[in-house]
Design a protein around this ligand. Sequence first.
Ligand code: NAP
Length: 463
Amino acid sequence: MGSKDSLNPLRVAIIGAGPAGFYAAEALLKSDKVDASVDVYDSLPTPYGLVRAGVAPDHAKIKSVTRKYDATAKHPGFRFFGNVTLGQDISVEDLRQHYHQIVYTVGAQVDRRLGIPGEDLAGSHSATEFVAWYNGHPDYAHLEFDLSQESVVVVGVGNVAVDVARILCRTNDELAQTDIADYALEQLAESGVRDVYMLGRRGPAQAAFTNPEAKELGELEDADIVVHKKEAELDPLSSAWLADNPDRLVQKKVGMIQSFADQASAGKRKRLHLRFLVSPTEIVGDGGRVARVNVVHNALVEKDGRMRPQPTDRTETIDCGLVFRSVGYRGFPVADVPFDDWYGVISNDGGRVTDGDNIRPGEYAAGWIKRGPTGVIGTNKACAQDTVAKMIADALEGKTLAPAAPELESAEGLVRSRTSSVFSWSDWEKLNELEVARGADAGRPRVKFTDRAAMVAAVLSGT
Ligand code: NAP
């Protein structure tokens, strides 16, 4: 345990430079109870996590939250160590030697599985891969998606499914105004996609997407939205539930979906089919590639206070050449940190990392790896503040790690001895300027670098 006097400053390693990492850094640096100094690590050279690699490129306003993160990065107690991977370049034990506290803000990096036959056929992908690909994430830039297919199924009706469907339906001109990866812009411009089927296993009242996202689906320049009137109607259980629990947002969502069902086709080039009460039962291949999806129609039943889908004997087949599974993210274990496999999060008690029944002193979690992949970006602010409040309380009680070398230069020396291409905040600022300049040439907000080595080379050469 560290003594109070040795905590000047309180040295904190934050693992993951996404929203939760930045909100944790902000809360620590703004605290008047401790004098904190934070090192934010990321395995990518670039910061911002899912704001850069997850938020849809046509949602520029949401991305502008990075200005707040940049303000945090200007604090003298903030350092960024990009291009450094925990578990590869440095270990948790290394961090214990250099910091009083460690907070894991690594997000939820993998997709949940459907668990149906055919899930791994060629042409069946997780939405997480496609999203990372079109956003230019270096680890996904090499992936290939057969966008020559006319018909695509997107399983799930959450906001990620909406993003995927919308990006597939956008016109080239719409996409060309965004920071979508260059190669994705080119390939989507050549796309043969005409029909996109989003599959919701429950009804309109249970759709996971939020209202502004649903509204956008009805306003696509070159895609008609198609909703079956029968599927837009509320089943008796949902009607009764809404009558007992009048929820303005759900009522609005259902109203919007029903108005889509009333819309006549405007004869646009593409169609976005928003389906409800259907579950995929098998992805069927032809010659090893996706050819169609078998679905079963569901009825809703109430179980344990939740409306659940129950298969009926009605089935249907949707011909398609591409499937995106968008049924939620899942956390991935961090080496040497206890993991709760059932919930897909780091084992924790309100943000304090636990090992069985015991708290692991000095180790914390915030964001999706603490509570699971739910909520919008801002949800991570309250989540990180809650964890930081516990970190500060523990620090004031002297319940921290007892690092042998808490000096600023020791941590930096360690990191630079392990990898030669560490990205500092000023390196990122240079890369950012280069991306924005490349964008200006192309009339776009930025043209991203999508390869780690190219990022490093660009910063070194200034071009
Ligand atoms: P999500 O909101 O949890 O949605 C998952 C969807 O998959 C739900 O429709 C769910 O249906 C469905 N599903 C789950 N298991 C299924 C199965 N076995 N078969 C068929 N369908 C299944 O997850 P997400 O879309 O990945 O989004 C993650 C978080 O990021 C959410 O909080 C979301 O709001 C947020 N996000 C926000 C934005 C934005 O603000 N614009 C954009 C992207 C993501 P059930 O409801 O029936 O389980």
